[in-house]
Design a protein around this ligand. Structure first.
Ligand SMILES: CC(C)(COP(=O)(O)OP(=O)(O)OC[C@H]1O[C@@H](n2cnc3c(N)ncnc32)[C@H](O)[C@@H]1OP(=O)(O)O)[C@@H](O)C(=O)NCCC(=O)NCCS
Length: 217
C-alpha cells in the first residue's frame, strides 16, 4: 500500500523540493529561497510525501534496486502560503507531473486554504499565468475569481498573469465551506483515509495504473 503524508516541510526536504520545483515550475525558487521561507514565521510550506513499503517495491521491477530499503519515500507535492496582513498569498502549488490529475493538487490547495483560515486571514490571493488553464480551473473550483491582470508579468515568456482572489475566509460560514471542500477532496480521491498529517492512499495504485504509471507505485 502506498501512503501519502501531508506534512509541513523541513530543512532536510529542501533538495528534493528544489528538484520538484524544477519539474513543476522550471526552477522558480532555489534552495536559499526555500530556506528563507522555512525561517519565516509568515510562511506555511506544505508537502505531500508518498511512501511505498518494501514488499511493494520488491515486486516492482522498475524499482528493484530499492529492494534493500524498508521504505521508499518521495516528495510529490509542494504548496506555500505567505500571510501578509490579513491576506493569504498562495505563492507555490505544484504536483509532480507523474502524479497530476489524481486529486492531489486540490488536496494541497484545500490544506493551504485551511492554513489561511487557521491563521485568521480574511482572503486568499495569487497570480497565475493566463494560459494555465489547469490551475485556473482548480482555483475557480475553490471559489477564486479573476480580479485583475499584470501585463507581461512573466519575464521569460512575456506572458500576462491573472490576479485571483477568494474572500470571506474569516466569516463564520467559511468553516462549513471547508467541510464541504474536505468532503469533495475525499470524494475525488476515494480510498483515502484522511487525517491532517497522514493520508492513507489505498487505491492510488489503481488510479495510477489507469494513467499508465503502474510501475511508479
Ligand atoms: C495545477 C496543478 C497543481 C493541479 O494539480 P493536479 O493534482 O493535477 O490537480 P487535481 O487532480 O487535484 O485536479 C483538481 C482540479 O484542477 C483542474 N485541473 C487539473 N488538471 C487539469 C487539466 N489538465 N485540465 C483541466 N483541468 C485540470 C480540474 O478542475 C480538476 O478538477 P476535476 O478533477 O474535478 O476535473 C498541477 O497541474 C501542477 O502542478 N501544474 C504545474 C505547476 C502549476 O502550474 N502550478 C500552479 C501555479 S499557480
Amino acid at each position: 500500500m502506498a501512503i501519502i503524508t501531508l506534512q509541513t516541510m523541513s530543512p532536510e526536504d529542501i533538495s528534493s523540493v528544489v528538484e520538484l520545483d524544477r519539474l513543476c515550475f522550471g526552477g522558480l525558487w532555489n534552495s536559499q529561497g526555500y530556506q528563507r521561507e522555512l525561517e519565516s514565521p509568515n510562511s506555511d510550506l506544505l508537502i505531500l510525501v508518498i511512501s511505498e513499503n518494501k514488499e511493494k517495491i520488491a515486486f516492482t521491477s522498475s524499482n528493484f534496486e530499492s529492494n534493500s530499503g524498508y521504505n521508499h519515500q518521495s516528495i510529490i507535492g509542494i504548496g506555500c502560503l505567505w500571510a501578509i496582513l490579513e491576506e493569504a498569498h498562495i505563492t507555490i502549488l505544484g504536483i509532480h507531473p507523474q502524479y497530476q490529475r489524481l486529486g492531489l493538487g486540490q488536496l494541497l490547495l484545500y490544506a493551504l486554504m485551511r492554513s489561511g483560515w487557521e491563521r485568521g486571514l480574511e482572503r486568499a490571493t495569487l497570480e497565475v499565468a493566463a494560459s494555465n488553464t489547469s490551475a485556473l480551473s482548480l482555483y475557480h473550483k475553490f471559489g477564486f475569481q479573476d480580479v485583475g491582470r499584470r501585463r507581461g508579468y512573466y519575464q521569460q515568456t512575456g506572458e500576462d498573469a491573472l490576479i485571483l482572489w477568494r474572500g470571506h475566509l474569516h466569516e463564520p460560514e467559511f468553516e462549513q465551506v471547508l467541510s464541504e471542500w474536505h468532503r469533495q477532496v475525499l470524494t475525488r480521491i476515494h480510498g483515502f483515509e484522511v487525517t491532517w498529517e497522514k493520508l492513507k492512499v489505498e487505491n492510488l495504485q489503481s488510479q495510477v495504473k489507469s494513467v499508465g504509471l503502474a510501475n511508479q507505485l
